[in-house]
Design a protein around this ligand. Structure first.
Ligand SMILES: Nc1ncnc2c1ncn2[C@@H]1O[C@H](COP(=O)(O)OP(=O)(O)OP(=O)(O)O)[C@@H](O)[C@H]1O
Ligand SMILES: [Mg+2]
Length: 483
């Protein structure tokens, strides 16, 4: 009987080539951190006289050492760590991938030693009183070594575990906020050993990337994927990872970003408001209302309204009053949902409504019947009709109303109905003959024969033309105005 699988070590090594060499060190360091370890020593030493080779040592002080030395060479054995969301290991693979990159290696621990070399694998009786040392003779060029050393400096060492690289203790970046509570998916094995997704409360630590770095996502101190976000985000439980340990799903990343935004929105600067991570978070259904409000204030200012297709003039009024008008395409679907549920912006029609001829409560016009008109009213009505004939080519019908609570002096539209409101214009306006105020009002109202929108160019053009026609009329027929 033979096993189902054989592993071609050289082939595996070639597949791993594209991942670079730093991952191997990350695998060894995280294995040491997963144990009861206080101190980890990493050494990388170019082999004197041999180009392209480096000796790698990773040593820890975990008193127990390897529980089962056969796990050093058994791919996918049941990892005891996979049921523990706060340990990094789960595949029982990492160590073997590292070995695939080595020409020869030894693992020396409390229960014995395994030697890997050209002849194959053998165990010896050599032991250490405590801790484990991994030694590997690995192909690594000078530039690869530089890259490994650079990446090792990006590690965020856990509290209570000192980690040294070539004698130098790895330092940590500056903390931003520690212990943010978040409920996130994690990978954890059930009783039968099957890895399952489970949602679990954990904590997140935020660190400020150093000046030469951008933000990364970390799993308990080991960098996983570059996010480009403002902070390094260090998740204190297993992150649902691919087998290469170098990516997460977009949905997971969005959940993390949302937790970060909810905890740090008061630290945001205006240059952050359009950052992809903020936009991603503020589109998430778990983004808090206050976070949405803050982001919208930074993006659009405190004076902002939503473009209102039902009231075109309101949008222009908003602009003229210094509001930013937010158009459909400026926010994603998720962002819109949050903006609306948080009330983070209102439609222009509610903030800067266009003047409405009829009061919102729909009050009836109190019309003054023609038989009750004063001589002044008769004169104005007749003048308005004659002027309409001259300037517009039609005689408007005139209605005089008396509504003090109606906030409008007059209305006119393409229907040709001119309504004058005594309640607003006052008796003096009607009883002083053809004063400039009368012409001013009629030009404004006659303009609406062409457009109802005060801020449209049609309306503006109409006013200019009416002014010109009125002047021409006055020059040709001054008697017209002497009433
Ligand atoms: N430094 C160490 N001290 C003690 N035990 C170790 C050490 N390194 C590895 N082991 C043991 O060897 C096993 C195999 O390690 P390996 O990295 O291959 O798998 P893993 O850590 O369980 O899972 P993953 O593939 O996700 O890393 C570990 O589960 C652990 O029990
Ligand atoms: Mg491991």
């Amino acid at each position: 009987m033979s096993n189902w699988f054989e592993v071609d070590k050289a082939g595996l090594g070639k597949l791993l080539e594209k991942r670079g060499k730093a991952f191997a060190l990350f695998e060894l360091i995280q294995n040491a951190w997963d144990e009861n370890t206080k101190r980890v020593n990493v050494r990388l030493e170019p082999v004197p006289g041999v180009r392209g080779f480096v000796e790698v040592y990773v040593e820890d002080d975990n008193p127990e050492g390897f529980k089962d030395l056969s796990h050093a060479f058994t791919l996918f054995a049941e990892s005891t760590k996979k049921g523990d969301p706060e340990k990094r290991g789960r595949f029982n693979l990492g160590e073997k991938l590292v070995l695939a990159l080595c020409e020869r290696a030894t693992i020396t621990s409390t229960k014995g030693q395994v030697v890997f070399d050209k002849q194959g694998r053998r165990t010896t009786r050599q032991k250490r009183p405590a801790g484990t040392e991994f030694y590997g003779y690995m192909h690594m060029t000078r530039p690869e070594l530089e890259e490994v050393l650079r990446q090792l400096r990006t590690i965020i060492t856990p509290m209570g575990i000192e980690t040294f690289v070539n004698g130098e203790q790895l330092n940590i970046p500056s903390p931003v906020q520690m212990g943010i509570k978040a409920t996130l998916p994690t990978d954890v094995a059930d009783e039968e050993g099957f890895l399952r997704k489970r949602v679990r409360e954990t904590t997140i630590d935020l660190w400020m990337p150093r000046s030469w770095e951008t933000g990364w996502l970390y799993e308990m101190g080991i960098p996983v994927v570059e996010t480009g976000d403002k902070y390094h985000v260090n998740i204190q439980q297993k992150v649902p990872l691919n087998m290469d340990r170098d990516n997460v799903t977009p949905a997971y990343l969005q959940q993390v970003r949302t937790a970060v935004l909810n905890a740090t929105f008061d630290l945001l600067k205006s240059e952050d408001a359009n950052a992809p991570w903020v936009r991603n978070a503020v589109a998430d259904k778990s983004a808090e209302a206050e976070a949405t409000l803050k982001v919208m204030s930074l993006r659009f200012g405190d004076k902002r309204v939503i473009f209102d297709p039902s009231d075109p003039e309101a949008n222009k009024l908003a602009v003229s009053k210094g509001y930013t008008v937010i158009h459909g395409g400026m926010l994603s679907g998720g962002e819109w949902e949050n903006v609306k549920s948080a009330g983070a912006a209102l439609p222009a029609g509610q903030v800067t409504p266009s003047p409405k001829p009829y009061s919102p409560d729909g009050q009836e016009l109190n019309v003054i019947e023609e038989k009750d008109w004063t001589p002044g009213m008769r004169l104005i009505a007749e003048y308005a009709q004659d002027l309409g004939q001259e300037l517009l080519g039609m005689r408007p019908s005139v209605l005089i109303a008396n509504n003090i609570t109606w906030p409008v002096g007059a209305t006119f539209g393409p229907s040709g109905q001119l309504t004058l409101n005594l309640g607003r214009l006052g008796h003096k306006w009607f009883d002083s003959g053809i004063i400039p105020e009368v012409n001013q009002l009629l030009i404004h109202e006659f303009g609406h024969f062409y457009s109802l929108d005060h801020l449209s160019s049609e309306y503006h053009e109409a006013l200019c033309e009416l002014g010109a026609r009125l002047t021409a009329l006055a020059l040709a027929n001054p008697e017209f105005f002497r009433r």
